[in-house]
Design a protein around this ligand. Structure first.
Ligand code: NIG
Length: 396
């Protein structure tokens, strides 16, 4: 069944030529984009939708979130706004609440969070485990996540649960690299590690990432969030698809990231910036402008989690990236669509996401506005008109 989308105010393709087309039309064939071109030469289709002069973008690709959790940390947030610094120790509070939730409650919580994200234009979501931190609860988190989102990342190495379980760091790393990894392996595509003072050292992080690589998983790293450190260099050394947060970078970090893209035969490491987290922790904003200027591909993601970034609004992230990180609107939208897809290795091939390209998945975000500029021009306004995922309208 072919379906024609007409009346498009501005078609933001994010395809190879990065085109923004006026007077364009789009044909969907089942779950796939079948044709893109001038509205005047659109082929006859079985059915049609006129979007009334609104802008059409690829759906957001949110490549960093932590949706599998229960519990509330608003008191910790309030204390932070009153001057307390963010410390990773708050993760243990969420671990306690998450372990207590029964399976059905946890599944419903994740499902609701995914539905909220989709209603705001997110059509591809990565989410992480990391609030279970023992074999039983990491496995449960991975299994639940796999039923609800596109890409699942094993983050057993989020924090050593010494306060909860009395386990030493060395024993915990052995557990993560052995029985925990083996248990979650069938449910996840990626492994991640929080490589930071107060979480995992460079050596511990390397051990976890190498074990994950041996198990056939792709790699991601939480790096350089709370201070300068080895996270970025480790991510590049091990060929991670993405290093996320990147608030504290020196010249060498930026050079190493840029150099990872110098071999055209393989992808390097994407820098994923998380502006909502930066604001919520009052951290220095990640230097997205500097990274782009150095030739490093940047992804923009929500980092939705109960501790540092309790929002799944990619539009908020785009507006912040423009207004505070000095990206243009086009750069920010690209980072939140194509950039996220690149960070997840889903930017090319059949069923790819993050751009409006013939053969890719038909994921559309129709704005309640004639152009993408409105995303930053009218920050905080409800600018999602409708969402299509794999060729089907998402119920609002
Ligand atoms: O990405 N940095 C580590 N992990 C999360 C925070 C988790 C929490 O505080 O609950 C993050 O910001």
């Amino acid at each position: 069944m072919s379906h024609l989308i007409t009346g498009i105010g501005e078609l933001v393709t994010q395809d190879d030529d990065d085109r923004v087309l006026p007077d364009a039309a789009l044909v969907l064939d089942g779950p796939t984009i079948a044709w893109i071109g001038p509205a005047s030469s659109a082929p006859a289709c079985d059915s049609a939708t006129d979007v009334g002069g609104r802008a059409v973008l690829p759906g957001w690709v949110d490549s960093h979130s932590h949706l599998v959790f229960d519990g509330d940390r608003s008191a910790e947030f309030a204390a932070r706004m009153a001057g307390q610094a963010y410390a990773a120790g708050g993760i243990a509070v969420t671990v306690g609440a998450t372990r207590t939730a029964d399976d059905e409650r946890l599944r419903q919580l994740v499902r609701q969070r995914v539905a909220v994200a989709m209603s705001q234009g997110t059509t591809t979501l990565e989410t992480k485990t990391g609030y279970g931190l023992d074999v039983e609860h990491e496995l449960r988190s991975a299994r639940i996540a796999a039923g609800e989102v596109d890409e699942v990342t094993f983050l057993g190495a989020h924090l050593v649960p010494s306060a909860v379980d009395g386990i030493t760091a060395d024993d915990y790393v052995r557990l993560v690299c052995g029985p925990m990894l083996e248990a979650v392996r069938p449910h996840v595509q990626w492994a991640d590690v929080f490589c930071e003072r107060g979480a995992f050292t460079e050596e511990q992080s390397r051990e976890v990432l190498l074990a994950a690589r041996r198990a056939g998983l792709g790699l991601r790293v939480h790096g350089n969030q709370l201070g300068p450190g080895p996270g970025v260099r480790l991510a590049v050394e091990l060929g991670a698809a993405s290093v996320d947060h990147v608030n504290f970078l020196d010249d060498d970090d930026v050079d190493v990231l840029a150099a990872s893209w110098s071999d055209p035969s393989r992808d390097g490491t994407v820098a994923t910036v998380l502006p909502a987290c930066d604001l919520s922790t009052r951290a220095p904003l990640a230097p997205a402008r500097r990274l782009l200027d150095a030739g490093v591909p940047v992804a923009l993601a929500s980092n939705c989690n109960p501790g540092t970034s309790y929002t799944s609004s990619m539009a908020f992230c785009v507006a912040t990236a423009v207004l505070q990180m000095h990206l243009t609107v086009a750069e920010a939208v690209r980072a939140a669509t194509w950039g996220g897809a690149l960070a997840l290795g889903r930017h090319t091939g059949p069923g790819a996401v993050g751009s409006l390209t013939v053969g890719h998945r038909a994921d559309l975000h129709v704005l309640e506005a004639p152009s993408m500029t409105h995303l930053a021009y009218r920050p905080g306004m409800p600018l999602t008109h409708s969402v299509w995922r794999a060729g089907q309208p998402v119920p609002s």
